[in-house]
Design a protein around this ligand. Structure first.
Ligand code: F6P
Length: 328
């Protein structure tokens, strides 16, 4: 096992609140061990284009409370190519980097997996995404903050929905995963959630209408996960269907979009990011490689990156029952 003296850290994919707390924890834990830390700008793009900055304990001061990522981020097309990854490895070698830490979501860790297969560089992934869709970890960095932001917005939308007796379809992020939609619906007291994991043959909209929501309530809020296919799913699609199929209802749409991704991280996200950042350095000291740091039942765990990115993190079906019973 090669002794680690220098590490590189990057953030990749969609930014998530708590990424800075994680960069800070990685930097300080590494410096504590006497290691040198390079921050790589713009994710894999910076790795390819040689955009490296040295991180010190002072450089990460005053960042724990900041949203976004001080290292900037990108979704790199170049890193998906063999030539791109070859260039990235050249820069790793020329800076004497002994291990790479990647903070990001599914796409970013899939990139890490491809890189680790081709080159001899230990990689530790840290789950940074508001979607909470990485397998093997109960929580991802940024999810709690985004969830709280959504709930705050829906509370405001509720005022208008009930004042005007309207149905609101509120679209939230998470193309492949309904964690944000399902849990924000429960937390905001919404009447229904339409999520990708519940795509059975049952028409979720018809189900919602047939439950006779308007019998007991004059207004409703339905939280809808954004759609990955154009023309089907998403808040616009369901609102349009209600207008056509149930014209007696007064319908509005709110797409929360990127306001869900920004903002000051919650205390929970800061603590999670700090624990995970610290754990990533411990993992490297133990000789771990090609794993993602996860948290299960409040304990830090190591998950092989190959498993974490399989896109099969199940949503607890009980949450669906909780919402449908509590929204009567
Ligand atoms: O993966 C995080 C995420 O916010 C998803 O929920 C969303 O579908 C996507 O990123 C949006 O990406 P972009 O900011 O590149 O439009």
């Amino acid at each position: 096992m090669k002794t680690i003296r220098t590490i590189g850290v990057l953030t990749s994919g969609g930014d998530a609140p708590g990424m800075n707390a994680c960069i800070r924890a990685i930097t300080r834990s590494a410096v504590y061990n006497g290691w040198k830390v390079y921050g790589i700008l713009r994710g894999y793009e910076g790795l390819i284009n040689d955009e490296f900055v040295e991180l010190t304990t002072e450089k990460v001061s005053g960042t724990i409370q900041k949203g976004g990522t001080i290292l900037k981020t990108a979704r790199s097309k170049a890193f998906m190519t063999e030539e791109g990854r070859a260039k990235a490895y050249e820069n790793i070698v020329s800076h004497g980097i002994d291990a790479l830490l990647v903070i990001g979501g599914n796409g970013s860790l899939s990139g890490a997996q491809a890189f680790a297969r081709e080159y001899d560089i230990p990689i530790v992934g840290l789950p940074g995404t508001i979607d909470n869709d990485l397998y093997g970890t109960d929580l991802t960095i940024g999810y709690d903050t985004a969830l709280n932001t959504i709930v705050e917005c829906v509370d405001k939308i509720r005022d208008t929905a009930s004042s005007h007796d309207r149905i609101f379809f509120v679209e939230v992020m998470g193309r492949d995963a309904g964690f944000l939609a399902q849990n924000s619906a429960i937390a905001a007291g919404a009447e229904a959630a339409i999520i990708p994991e519940d795509q059975t043959d049952v028409d979720q909209l018809a189900q919602f209408i047939s439950r006779g929501v308007r019998k007991s309530k004059n207004s409703s809020i339905v939280i809808v996960s954004e759609s990955k296919s154009e023309g089907h799913g998403g808040a616009m699609y369901y609102a349009e269907r209600v207008r056509n199929e149930y014209p007696e209802y007064d319908v509005r749409v709110t797409i929360l979009g990127h306001l869900q991704r920004g903002g000051t991280p919650t205390a929970s996200d800061r603590i999670l990011a700090s624990r995970m950042g610290y754990a990533s350095i411990e993992a490297l000291q133990e000789g771990q490689r090609n794993i993602m740091i996860g948290i299960q039942n409040d304990e830090i765990v190591y998950v092989p990156i190959s498993k974490a990115i399989k896109k099969d993190k199940p949503i607890d079906k009980e949450l669906i029952n909780v919402l449908s019973v509590l929204s009567i």
